[in-house]
Design a protein around this ligand. Sequence first.
Ligand SMILES: *[C@@H]1O[C@H](CO)[C@@H](O)[C@H](O)[C@H]1NC(C)=O
Ligand SMILES: *[C@@H]1O[C@H](CO)[C@@H](O)[C@H](O)[C@H]1NC(C)=O
Ligand SMILES: *[C@@H]1O[C@H](CO)[C@@H](O)[C@H](O)[C@H]1NC(C)=O
Ligand SMILES: *[C@@H]1O[C@H](CO)[C@@H](O)[C@H](O)[C@H]1NC(C)=O
Ligand SMILES: *[C@@H]1O[C@H](CO)[C@@H](O)[C@H](O)[C@H]1NC(C)=O
Ligand SMILES: CC(=O)N[C@H]1CO[C@H](CO)[C@@H](O)[C@@H]1O
Length: 374
Amino acid sequence: MKLLLPQWLLFATAVLAANLLRAKTKRNEIIPSTPFLGPITADFTSSHLGLDGPKLSAVNSTSFDWWYFDVVSTDRKSSLVVVFYTALPSAFPFLPASTDVTTVGIYIGFPNGTTTSTYLGASEAIVSTDAQGSTGNFVGTGAGWAGAEDDSVYEVLINSPSNGIFGSFNLVATAPAHYPCGPATIRSGQNLEVGPNIGWSNAVPDAVGSVALTVGSTKLAFTGVAYHDKNWSNQPFTDNVGSWYWGHGHIGGYSLVWFDFLAVNGTEYVSAYVSKNNKILASSCTPGSIKVRPTGANADYPPTVYTGNPGGFSILVDLNDGGEMSFNVSTDSIVAGAAGMVYTRWTGVLNGSLNGGKVMTGGAAIFEQFKLST
Ligand SMILES: *[C@@H]1O[C@H](CO)[C@@H](O)[C@H](O)[C@H]1NC(C)=O
Ligand SMILES: *[C@@H]1O[C@H](CO)[C@@H](O)[C@H](O)[C@H]1NC(C)=O
Ligand SMILES: *[C@@H]1O[C@H](CO)[C@@H](O)[C@H](O)[C@H]1NC(C)=O
Ligand SMILES: *[C@@H]1O[C@H](CO)[C@@H](O)[C@H](O)[C@H]1NC(C)=O
Ligand SMILES: *[C@@H]1O[C@H](CO)[C@@H](O)[C@H](O)[C@H]1NC(C)=O
Ligand SMILES: CC(=O)N[C@H]1CO[C@H](CO)[C@@H](O)[C@@H]1O
């Protein structure tokens, strides 16, 4: 029997169903600027929703959760990194001394080589999760972000009169989201630990980024290779990280994200990601699926706190179809860092080659190294 329902009723039912689903997928969380006193829990398992949402039940003084956005200009001369931290220095020691859990970090690389870092303390953070995307307001800083529910576009806004920083940073995704061990779409129940107790989800592995900022009397406007992810843990960062190499870049239509790290006991953990034309070619945490090693000067592996900064990195990635990609990146400009070079972030040139074929040159990358072992 055929049910004959008026068009308007069908439409109304569809709208109602969509709204019910929305109400279910939308969640608001308020993260105070003071730490929670007591034990918290971290979410290390994916569900079909909430990829970019808060991952801690609350933030205490030994846990962290943050949202990271970056972009390097196509000519690699300018860069911008904005991190929305919910963490104290007792959990992530590379933060400036502060008693605020909710802090925005703004790191700017100007075309003349000058770099600046600015930290803004928020009175609280309000983060709402909508399906796989999120939107955050770090109250009182004038800074926040807004993301689409499918992670396809993000916008970071800064309006900080006290620091003279105003403007926007837009990201239009060109590569599908992923978790440490696979595409974000495949299934729920994936392990979100990129290494023991270090959670990672990568909502935007690659994007076209557009920056329009005013910093004091300087106008900084550029487009480039952009990215957004988040990290979290229920334990202090240095309890679990011996060293790590992380970075992302774009070359010849390929989007690359690398992660290769050593736990404090020396065990290596990796995550490989390559996509092209919005199609994932590699997304794996299988040991050996990616190998990142320092090159040039100070290419000692494993690195220690005493090792100088390397000249670059070589990155070998196994593709799902059995092929292999080789990339080299050079440490051209330091855009952020901590004393003693235990932490350094660079921008540089990315070259790449598929199955030993013609070398594609002149890509842009932004990448970092932590080396905390003695
Ligand atoms: C924070 O939570 C973790 C995980 O439950 C717990 O081990 C730790 O002791 C807590 N830290 C503080 C300072 O209460
Ligand atoms: C580089 O550019 C920044 C931003 O415009 C400016 O503040 C700084 O003075 C410049 N530095 C030099 C050495 O010209
Ligand atoms: C290092 O720690 C991890 C996680 O606790 C464990 O699985 C691994 O076996 C340890 N490796 C060594 C060499 O002790
Ligand atoms: C990339 O290729 C260019 C052109 O061949 C070369 O000059 C440069 O050194 C290469 N950079 C890296 C990181 O391999
Ligand atoms: C990377 O550098 C290595 C060592 O110099 C070289 O063998 C390889 O061909 C390079 N690959 C690319 C894509 O530049
Ligand atoms: C893989 C990973 O953990 N990535 C992020 C973790 O935090 C650092 C520091 O903010 C970011 O640079 C990484 O993108």
